[in-house]
Design a protein around this ligand. Structure first.
Ligand code: NAD
Ligand code: GDD
Length: 336
């Protein structure tokens, strides 16, 4: 890890993972954190007044140069993204995030960044043909090629991974890249259109209880499979990968594969309810099955994400429950 007084830049700090990263860095004693996001400060999911918080549009070249100035280490978590409902309908916006990573890399080169540059890639880089069945073979790092990434978002991530590689090889920026598999936990998006399945299912189950309508809408037939990584595993893995010698993009994800129906079972059991299920086959579905092969991360770091889905979902559900009840959000939660 960098020295405790090193300036650490976290981009996307107003978002889910960036907010947790800043909180963790503070708890570890880092005293010189610069946190950047495009959102007004009042919309940041977590915020500390002890931090150099800046509202900047990192699509802009000049904003990236300002943000990186004086930094020792960069964690780039800024991207215009969301769950399937967002990325399927906003491909151009997703691809425009290429500007963020490109300008940040240029700034790192210009300012001769002394520490590491971390880039948050995604399991969406993997070849679609390897994700066509529910009992999918877990994805190994080499399965990203030949390339057939998720349209829009996945291609941006794959291109940006390569940009990191070339800035490392040609310009000496010490880049590290993790491919996150669906991350969930408290302080994330649970409504509004960008939410992913774990938070969406929690919201819908809570909504059913608040409205007294024992019905849940599930996108697709519910048999599609995923693995979900709890946020604390994501943060721990990010630190380890950033500080490691691993120069190529590596999986950072849970290997606990579940169907969406099983995810709903878990949330129903946490909530002690049973709901009627209505399947919306026209909703965004993404790949049929996706799991993380953790052979490489186990070999390299002697570690892999280990928080059980049930345990992480308990915490996530409780947080969303509190948020929805605090805000009395019956109207917001009627989203499907
Ligand atoms: P998030 O949407 O909660 O956070 C991203 C933040 O980036 C947002 O707060 C957003 O306002 C900010 N941002 C967007 N455009 C910006 C700009 N032009 N300038 C400055 N800030 C900007 O998402 P997250 O879940 O915290 O994801 C963080 C990173 O991890 C992203 O790069 C994402 O693609 C990647 N990732 C996340 C997951 C996941 O399941 N959460 C999976 C794979 C990859
Ligand atoms: N979002 C959402 N909301 N998904 C639902 C819902 C719902 O109410 N009901 C069922 N699903 C299904 C989706 O149709 C999809 O098949 C599956 O749950 C998972 O959806 P998401 O969590 O939205 O996304 P994803 O796993 O396909 O992709 C996510 O993870 C990638 C990394 O693994 C996205 O967030 C990507 O941006 C991310 O890179």
């Amino acid at each position: 890890m960098p020295p405790k007084d090193a300036k650490i830049l976290v981009t996307g700090a107003g978002g889910f993972i960036g907010g947790h990263l800043v909180a963790k860095l503070r708890s570890l004693g880092y005293s010189n954190i610069r946190a950047v996001d495009i959102k007004p400060l009042t919309y940041w999911y977590q915020r500390s007044d002890e931090v150099d918080n800046r509202v900047l549009d990192l699509n802009r070249h000049d904003a990236c140069f300002d943000a990186v100035d004086g930094a020792h280490t960069v964690y780039n978590l800024a991207a215009n993204m969301g769950g399937m409902g967002f990325i399927e309908n906003n491909k151009a916006l997703c691809m425009l995030s290429v500007l963020i990573n490109t300008h940040l890399l240029e700034a790192a080169k210009h300012h001769r960044l002394p520490g590491r540059f971390f880039y948050s890639s995604s399991a969406c880089v993997y070849n679609g043909a390897k994700q066509t069945c529910t009992d999918v073979t877990a994805l190994k790092e080499e399965d990203a090629y030949p390339a057939d990434a998720e349209d829009g978002y996945g291609w941006e991530k794959l291109f940006s991974e390569r940009m990191c590689r070339h800035f490392r090889e040609d310009f000496g920026v010490v880049t590290r890249v993790a491919r996150f598999h669906n991350v969930y936990g408290p302080h994330g998006t649970y409504a509004g259109g960008r939410e992913k399945a774990p938070a969406a299912i929690c919201r819908k189950v809570i909504d059913a209880q608040m409205t007294g309508k024992p019905l849940i809408e599930i996108w697709g037939d519910g048999e599609q499979t995923r693995s979900f990584m709890y946020i604390t595993d994501c943060i721990d893995g990010m630190f380890d990968i950033t500080n490691s010698d691993i120069e190529y993009p590596i999986n950072l994800g849970s290997s606990e594969l579940v169907s969406i129906n099983q995810l709903v079972d878990i949330v129903e059991s946490i909530a002690s309810v049973r709901l009627d299920r209505r399947y919306n086959l026209d909703a965004p579905k993404g790949v049929r099955g996706r799991n993380s092969d953790n052979t490489l991360i186990r070999k390299e770091l002697n570690w892999e994400p280990s928080v059980k889905l049930r345990d992480g979902m308990e915490k996530t559900y409780r947080w969303i429950w509190d948020e929805m009840h605090k805000a009395g959000k019956e109207s917001v939660v009627n989203l499907t």
